[in-house]
Design a binder for this molecule. Sequence first.
Ligand code: UN1
Length: 502
Amino acid sequence: MSHLNDVQSIFQALGLNAPADSPAGLEVHTPIDGSLLARVDSTPATQVNTAIERAHQRSLSWRNVPAPKRGDLVRAFGEAVRRHKEPLGRLITLETGKIVQEGLGEVQEVVDICEFAVGLSRQLYGLTIASERPDHKLLETWHPLGVVGIISAFNFPMAVFAWNAALALVCGNTLVWKPSEKAPLCALALNGLLLQTAREQGLDTEGLAELLMGERSVGEALVAHPAVKLVSATGSTTMGRAVNIACAAQFKRSLLELGGNNAAIVCPSADLALVVRAAAFSAAGTAGQRCTSLRRLIVHRSIYAPLLASLRSVFERLPVGNPMEDGTLVGPLIDARAFEAMQLALTQAREVGALVHFGARESVGEADAFYVRPAIVELSSQSGPMVHETFAPILYVVPYDSFDEAIALNNAVAHGLSSAVFTQDLREAEVFTSARGSDCGIANVNIGTSGAEIGGAFGGEKETGGGRESGSDSWKAYMRRATNTINYGSTLPLAQGIKFEV
Ligand code: UN1
């Protein structure tokens, strides 16, 4: 089945020109049935630098626009996204295979972060600090960085850009975005809508939000350019490590939001009905392709058997199928490589003695698409592929005996993004969220590991990269702080009581 017309009609509904089909361009296939959606031109190397230079030039004037006025653009953009929620959501489903509900949910995240950023545009507060010297004022002021480079992954092709863009824009920066080569249409649509909104507001669009298309080399050029002051990168740990090293060599800021090998601990007092629902959404939702997906379940031995029985019966019945259809909860994997990685992990699990339930390819009638039944993998100890992130719907389950042991298992992996505990015991909940509890950036109680709200800071520790995006005070990553000491007296007292008379 061809979805070429769908792409045309979505761009039309957005009031944008559909991308020109260029025979030499990067092929974009829908994971729904493998058919060709579009061929999108890569940005030639020479144009990468000119785009970044345009963004740099523009940042020199954008930084002087008062922050609440910058917020006006973000408000109008958020409103445009809200008006076009349905076609934008459909495009996410087409390009990534997310079910319609999740596509719409992702667009909602874009709207939400825009609203957050508009409020923030009047709250870019600095501190005033009591000076130790008479007639002196000590304060801090926050200023834009310049050009913010954004590298995003296929699995959140709109929301992750928006978390960065909405904040970066109100903070007075201009944008250069390198989206995943697996989801360029979502980027063309969302960036197109941003520029269209800017035009409607009477703003010059030159250099405000540049889009770079292509593969790794384009991202490398972005990271290498001296005018890019912050690189915010979402994706694999391998990619993030390369970005981190390249940025460090230039003393450039980076904000990394990388993988996760997220666990939930299920304690004896847990409400098991809640656990099953949360585990189904977090492990099988988005076909296990969120960085926050639940990958490990650490279950107290006393409730292991009944919980496993419930999980198996739910996973057995999960509606796997076309993500456009009502009732489907699990869409396809992004591509053949994702499918192969999943099958390899299941083979490795069997080799270390695991009991594997489900996980095979499901026939949804399309040879070129990769639908799978989410897998449950029982292990007697945390070993083999369980300690690595596989970007697929595999839920490893291990038993535990003591709560300290469960926390140690939660923390004994390279990543540190999201985690959860299911308990009705106050002590367990508090310990899990305390200094000696979960070592992750997100630690939840009685909800799953995925589906975070935009109001909190989002990101994780260790090989997740340490960056924080989205809510709370994450905006500070998009600005530079200056400490200002102002002497309004007529003497020059030195700090620390130093005498230096000339
Ligand atoms: C990601 O998978 O890169 O918390 C981001 C969540 C979403 C974001 C996931 N709000 O699951």
